[in-house]
Design a protein around this ligand. Structure first.
Ligand code: SF4
Ligand code: SF4
Length: 443
């Protein structure tokens, strides 16, 4: 990994940075996938016909790495059934028809614990996952302190993707909760904490500087507003100078990285007993009538969220969950927002223009802008190989698995080549090749 890890400057388009997050009207229905995290699916403990209230456990964490799911509206469970997600995967969901009352579960209470085991168990019960996009269960991340000496925790408030301002609002509106979360982490995990914020959020830097005044184990670190500053490998290098190699765990370097919203939501559970049931979502894009930030129950259909932002002012050419670089395009507004959904963007024809790819002019810009220094020309050539064994060996040698899917390469390519998608195809090929050979080995 080289020194100038990224210098890509994007148009920020943070139109909603000044919009306080407002609660939305209750949706008629929420759709809660059992796989809103990495790891094994949650396991339902309710059945169709059950009445549930906000915060009630409806699916317990599965085995190993997993996270529970809680009711996000009060109402009746109408079905537990398969559903096709925006990424094409079929998953199980729990549907809850809202009664419009938004009643909280009366049994909610802050968890009681006095050691690391109890703290991590409570973190698991909170249902909080990496809300910056990784969806890795928060308890699983901090469980690494049992096996590694962690001396630094980076609290990621970079929010480097255009349009999205949900972490920005958390840092402005929930500074005290963030402080409560970091105090708990410090008590049970130790370490120093560096809150990393891009310098295009000066008001958040100022607010947190005030909130953490006199707290000697917390540093507020302004960082240049470059993309992908918030990618964990990039943040790690830019803040600590350390480089994580392919396959290496960050905790083995003594560092953990988590998102500001994750720590804040964890603190909400620890102080009130309310698990992760809603989040701030930025609603923006040229097709949206009133771009704003909303507090939406997890599982709310996108159509309802857009309505709460004044609806659409024209037929959108593209709707994304997430930002323009890393988001997932959806073909139906029935898709629900999941735990990691920090934005809903609806773009008109002009904004969503799709440029046709042309011939590579070998300008090298893709490689010059790749934060993990991948040999993209080599990967493209390997993908043309017909011999699958050679193709596999070459892709492994080139380290395609280290791609962090930041899309810088595709963004800068003057030939509009879908380079990141080629890398994704390459990684899929490696997975399938390894699965097929493991299967052969078992026969
Ligand atoms: S998407 Fe992957 S290959 Fe492209 S710039 Fe980012 S890390 Fe490099
Ligand atoms: S940026 Fe595009 S045109 Fe330039 S070398 Fe890379 S793939 Fe080719």
């Amino acid at each position: 990994m080289r020194k100038n890890i990224s210098t890509l400057k994007l148009h920020h388009n943070k139109h909603t940075a000044g919009c306080k997050a407002a609660a939305i009207a209750p949706p008629e229905e929420v759709l809660l996938p059992l796989t809103m995290h990495s790891g094994s699916p949650a396991e339902p403990i309710v059945a169709a016909g059950d009445y549930v209230r906000i915060g009630q456990l409806i699916a317990k964490a599965g085995s190993g790495m997993s996270s529970p799911v809680h009711a996000t509206v009060s109402g009746t469970v109408t079905a537990i059934e398969p559903f096709t997600q925006a990424d094409g995967k079929s998953v199980q969901i729990i549907r809850i028809k809202s009664d419009g009352k938004m009643e909280k579960d009366p049994n909610l209470a802050p968890p009681v614990f006095d050691d690391l085991d109890g703290f991590l168990a409570a973190m698991k019960d909170s249902g909080v996952v990496g809300l910056g996009g990784a969806a890795f269960p928060l308890w699983g991340k901090f469980d690494a302190v049992r096996r590694n000496k962690v001396d630094t925790v980076l609290i990621n408030g970079a929010e480097c993707e255009p349009y999205i301002t949900s972490d920005h609002r958390i840092m402005l509106e929930e500074g005290e909760l963030l402080k409560a979360g970091i105090e708990l982490l410090h008590k049970y995990i130790g370490a120093r904490f560096v809150i990393c914020i891009e310098d295009n959020k000066q008001d958040a830097i100022d607010n947190l500087t005030q909130v953490f005044a006199g707290v000697d184990y917390v540093e507020i670190r302004p960082l240049p507003s470059i993309y992908p500053q918030g990618a964990k490998q990039v943040l790690l290098y830019n803040v600590t100078g350390k480089v994580v190699k392919g396959g290496q765990r960050m905790a083995s370097l003594g560092v953990l990285i988590t998102n500001v919203s994750s720590v804040t939501k964890m603190a909400e559970y620890m102080t009130t007993g309310m698990p992760l049931v809603e989040r701030i979502v930025t609603v923006d894009g040229t097709a949206v009538r009133e771009p704003k930030n909303v507090k939406a129950p997890i599982g709310t259909p996108i159509s309802h969220i857009i309505e709460q932002a004044g609806g659409l002012k024209c037929e959108p050419a593209k709707v994304l969950i997430g930002g323009p670089m890393l988001g997932t395009a959806v073909s139906s507004l029935d898709q629900p927002i999941q735990k990691v959904a920090n934005a809903v963007l609806a773009m008109d024809k002009r904004e969503a223009v799709k440029l046709e790819p042309s011939v590579c002019i070998r300008c090298g810009r893709c490689m010059a802008n790749c934060p993990v220094d991948l040999n993209l020309e080599g990967i493209a050539a390997a993908m043309e190989m017909e011999n699958e064994d050679k193709k596999y060996t070459e892709l492994k040698r080139l380290g395609v698995g280290q791609c962090i899917e930041c899309a810088c390469c595709s963004y800068v390519c003057p030939a509009h080549k879908p380079i990141m998608h080629t890398n994704n195809d390459a990684r899929r090929f490696i997975k399938q090749y390894e699965a097929a050979h493991a299967e052969e080995g078992r026969k």
